[in-house]
Design a protein around this ligand. Structure first.
Ligand SMILES: CC(C)(COP(=O)(O)OP(=O)(O)OC[C@H]1O[C@@H](n2cnc3c(N)ncnc32)[C@H](O)[C@@H]1OP(=O)(O)O)[C@@H](O)C(=O)NCCC(=O)NCCS
Length: 153
């Protein structure tokens, strides 16, 4: 497995990881209506590319195929964290999380935090994040449950 920095051209591959992770993996915990609000069928590639270039994620490759990505911002915020379903439970998420912790240490961050899905909560708990608050966010008019989670470093 390779964990590398984002490169221009990755954007459509990351969009596919995002779509599959939500519509397949997170489908265990959210209704079809919620999944459609979270990741609509209509997708604007330009807006997506702008967003991804803005967060500059780390990208995970298995045998040369992009199977996951996650970011950490300078204040410790983790915005995106997604692994393709076919690569799930094989340590891809853990490798990305390890990289995030390495970056946090180098940059002397005091805290990591994220808004974590029902699906990803056990994974974040494995890395000693704790729930600050259960919340309901309205996305495209549909309520979605998630958790504000954080970890002191
Ligand atoms: C959460 C996610 C990133 C985990 O990625 P992953 O590559 O499968 O994670 P790993 O294989 O490194 O898992 C490490 C450990 O985390 C825990 N874990 C991961 N997924 C879990 C799940 N669904 N239920 C319970 N524990 C889980 C386990 O302890 C696991 O170790 P094990 O497989 O030896 O039991 C992935 O499931 C995902 O993309 N989910 C859907 C999208 C999503 O909700 N993203 C987060 C938005 S905030």
């Amino acid at each position: 497995m390779l964990i590398r920095e984002f490169a221009l051209g990755d954007e459509p591959y990351l969009a596919e990881v995002y779509r599959q992770a939500i519509h397949q993996t997170a489908a265990a915990d959210y209704t079809p209506e919620q999944l459609a609000a979270w990741c609509p069928a209509q997708h604007d590639p330009d807006r997506w590319a702008e967003r991804i270039r803005g967060i500059k994620p780390f990208v995970a490759e298995l045998d040369g195929v992009i199977v996951g990505y996650a970011d950490v911002q300078s204040d410790g915020h983790i915005d995106h964290f997604f692994v393709a379903p076919e690569a799930g439970r094989r340590g891809v998420g853990s490798a990305l999380m390890q990289r995030i912790h390495d970056v946090a240490r180098v940059n002397r961050l005091s805290r990591l935090y994220s808004e974590v899905s029902l699906t990803a909560r056990p994974f974040f708990e494995k890395f000693h994040f704790t729930v600050n608050e259960a919340q309901v966010v309205i996305v495209r008019g549909i309520p979605l449950n998630n958790f504000r989670m954080s970890k002191s470093l």
